[in-house]
Design a protein around this ligand. Sequence first.
Ligand SMILES: [Zn+2]
Ligand SMILES: [Zn+2]
Length: 147
Amino acid sequence: MILDIRAIRRTGKDQQDFYFEYALEQELSDIPNVKVLSPVKVNGTITLTGTHEAFVEGEVIFTLSGECTKCLTETNREYVSEFAEEVFEGNAEGYSVVNDRIDLSKIITDAILINMPVTLLCIDDCKGLCAGCGVNLNDEQCKCKNK
Ligand SMILES: [Zn+2]
Ligand SMILES: [Zn+2]
């Protein structure tokens, strides 16, 4: 997703809201059997702060889909990750302005990675599977305890 500083300036304002859906180019989840659903949603505001500089802030809304890390039930959960970055020519962090254009791909990817959980849980207090009898302890009583 590209924001064009000149196009914004032509509107006569120094601020513009944006919303778009972004297809991830790479899989960002390291959780086994869990992936980030594409596209992710991006919602934000760009403020022009100088001739070739801007401040972008907003949120990335992404959904993890796959097996609950504890009980293996298929699970979808939505996460919101905020970003707020200065973007300018030659920015060493890579949030750079090139030919008055800002490519948001790296900001989006980094925002997701910073808030990527290490587990995907179907519910926060998922009880998981019994190591003995294998039942899903969210749904059933453990059978091995009764013996
Ligand atoms: Zn679970
Ligand atoms: Zn058991």
